[in-house]
Design a protein around this ligand. Sequence first.
Ligand code: CA
Length: 360
Amino acid sequence: MSRRKFIKNIAGASAALTTGALASPAHAARKRFVWKLVTTWPPNFPIFQEGVKRFAKEIKQISDGRLTIQVFAGGQLIPPLQTFDAVSQGTVQMGHGAAYYWAGKVPAAQFFTAVPFGMNAQGMNAWFYYGGGLELWREVYKPFGLTPFPMGNTGVQMGGWFRKKIEKISDLKGLKMRIPGLGGKVMAKAGVNPVLMAGGEIYTALERGTIDATEWVGPYHDLRLGLYRAAKYYYYPGWHEPGPTLELIINSKAWASLPRDLQLIVKTSATASNLLMLSEFEAKNLEALRTLETRYKVKTREFPAEVIKTLHQYTKITLDEIAAKDKLFSKVYNAYEQFRTSNDAWNSISEAAYARARKL
Ligand code: CA
């Protein structure tokens, strides 16, 4: 290629690039967005709040500064349990929390966090990404102008902190316990008075005796919250939250205003966070549990089989009762159950069979 021809080619290519950059869709794509994201978590809360901050930081880098997300912990901009309304009304563009906090507005939302005795994290992700779960979630949130994404999972949680031993189902009667979602409604059948409160309020409530018991997350987070100072019995397993999913919610109008490539960056980053948060719990929980047991003399106990069996029966009754009164709940319940049944069938010859095989 002659030098003249080479220069001409370069000039042509650069003219094409310039034209492309100034054409209207591409020009719109250079627009910079500065969004606000509020969470339901305490400030500096590891994995959840820190994970959301990492999500925002990485999106800024990947998008070359075209999408900046300012992250606020619960209470910094609005009270934590007003996250849903704030994003729905467009006061802020994004929120991070858990769908079951909004059970009072839309009972069907609870399926997108956790169902007592339901699917674990692996099952939930399969349902969301390949089993129609995410489509249903979008349908449930559509009337609120919200677009949801799974973004984080704790794995199987702990059953909770109690001041006294739980040896039989009647030991639960009369307890005031912080336990959200369907788990709380199941506990109500056992005579518990379930309370919903955000993470930042739990320790004080338990310490002052405003509540008698609480569930929160798992050893890693419960250690940080200092719950061992207010109760000594730490029960497992978290039958009520076997793999709860956290949510990213986006105001649907704001979402529609994002160019497609930024939408893809947000979606892909949320999926990455979904995996990273779960992995962090899996890696860090046991060490925290050992610290609770050895340094703080916490008594780790398994719920008696009889208590678990009864709670399992109450779960079925609870779900059927709500489904009879709420059409949307019933629709999501049926879809969830259908997927769970096939997931259980596969699980029985994959994960469960493998767990048995390792013990032989
Ligand atoms: Ca929990």
